[in-house]
Design a protein around this ligand. Structure first.
Ligand SMILES: Cc1ncc(COP(=O)(O)O)c(C=O)c1O
Ligand SMILES: [Zn+2]
Length: 422
């Protein structure tokens, strides 16, 4: 592995590389420490540009070496200029990072790509995770690809699409009677007893770095410059923390000009412990019991909550909560205005964007990126019952003209023909 060591985020103590995630000294989280790439900024940009069309183009910046056996090609998803949605909000340079376009249709493929590569290097025969749904899907698929067993732990009550996906890839699914936080506690116990590779427990230092590629990639897609604002959905807080770090790293490496990126975090009001701490001016995050349709964000006791909160404050960002109804309306709006069907977590981010815009946070020419972290097909339940029903007709032109045409705007028959003509 190119990384030198593990280092404690709290006290700085270093450790040799191992499947270990907690500091023995202070119980702080361990992170990978990597040597600086041996080339200058221009050469590094050129190497990245010539790299594969996946997150492995950033291999020089990652703590694990490319492992083709376990790779499903995550990364390099579209950054879409949202002119209609943006125009509606008075924002000329609004972009959507559509990370639903990943192998298992969420950003979790980025973190799992690194987690599974590390698991194979450490020789684990079972790949496991504590998940709110998307992570389980990704672990199941990557384990299938790598030819190892998957055992995924989830809370009860997940969306049907997420349950089907983990099952179709052949994983053993353990549905725990409890919340994600109960699942997580159980997984820490299992990881202590059994030699399994839990991507977000004992392999977390490697896995978590994969989220940085969502920062690197946006900077590259903007022509090697940083956005002025980003809006990111929060569950454990890792995604936001690592995107903020990735932007800072690119500046340190001289790959992008120095700029301030205001990093905004979004949570559903039924599970908003980080937003509550932000509002109260507190440095610690008080756990809550989740109650939201945004199941992927339903983490009441976020592992990186304190650090995500620090990152939001450090950057001059805001933490925003939105109701489930606002999130569903946002899912529908992005689909209808931009042709992107995002999951409820993306709806939470777009609803937060709306609130921030209404609060006057953005300038009209600011470059704003909203992270849409998963696909809407997995959370269809959230929009069911809110959509237009199909117009059901007999298979005749007469029925079409009588029952469909009156409901359509501005439709004319071909030139020279009257409606109903031969
Ligand atoms: C679709 C989606 N978006 C965002 C998140 C939040 O990521 P994190 O737990 O790193 O804060 C998750 C976590 O499960 C997710 O599934
Ligand atoms: Zn420590």
């Amino acid at each position: 592995m190119p990384a030198h060591a593990l280092r404690c985020r709290n006290c700085g103590r270093t450790y040799t590389l191992a499947p270990q995630y907690v500091c023995e000294e202070c119980l702080g989280p361990l992170e990978t420490e990597r040597p600086r790439p041996a080339v200058d900024a221009e050469a590094l940009r050129a190497r990245i540009g010539a790299g594969p069309a996946s997150l492995w183009r950033y291999e020089d910046l990652l703590p694990v070496a490319h492992d083709p056996v376990a790779d499903l090609g995550a990364g390099l998803t579209p950054l879409v200029h949202a002119s209609t949605l943006g125009g509606n909000l008075g924002l000329r340079r609004l972009f959507l990072k559509n990370d639903g376009c990943n192998p298992t249709w969420s950003f979790k493929d980025r973190v799992v790509t690194l987690g599974v590569a590390a698991a194979r290097q450490f020789g684990f025969q079972v790949l496991a995770c504590a998940s709110t749904g998307n992570l389980a899907n990704s672990v199941a698929a990557h384990a299938a690809r790598a030819g190892i067993q998957a055992c995924v732990f989830v809370p009860e009550g997940l969306e049907a699409g997420k349950q089907v996906l983990s099952a179709v890839y052949g994983a053993t699914i353990v549905e725990v009677d409890g919340t994600y936080d109960d699942v997580n506690r159980l997984c820490a116990q299992v990881a202590d007893e059994y030699p399994w590779g839990f991507v977000n427990v004992n392999l977390r230092p490697y896995y978590s770095e994969g989220a940085k590629t969502l920062g690197y990639e946006v900077a590259e897609q903007l022509g090697w410059r940083l956005p002025d604002h980003v809006v990111i959905p929060l569950a454990s807080g890792n995604l936001l923390l690592k995107i903020e770090r990735a932007f800072a790293e690119l500046v340190e490496l001289g790959i992008v000009p120095p700029a301030r990126v205001r990093v905004h975090g979004a949570q559903p009001s039924g599970c908003a412990p980080i937003v509550a701490a932000y509002r109260e001016g507190s440095e610690s995050v008080r756990p809550v019991r989740p109650q939201t349709i945004a199941h992927s964000l339903a983490i009441g006791n976020p592992a990186d909550g304190r650090y995500a909160l620090e990152a939001i404050r450090r950057s001059g960002g805001v933490a925003v909560e939105v109701t489930d109804a606002e999130a569903v309306a946002a899912v529908r709006e992005v689909a209808a205005r931009e042709g992107v069907f995002t999951e409820t977590a993306g709806g939470v981010a777009v609803a937060a964007l709306r609130r921030l815009a209404a609060g006057g946070i953005f300038g009209p020419d600011d470059v704003i990126v909203v992270y849409l972290t998963g696909i809407g097909l997995k959370t269809q339940e959230s929009v069911a019952g809110t959509l237009r029903e199909p117009v059901k007709i007999r298979a005749t032109l007469g029925a079409f003209e009588a029952e469909v045409l009156p409901g359509l705007a501005q439709v004319r028959p071909r030139a020279g023909q009257a409606v109903g003509g031969a």
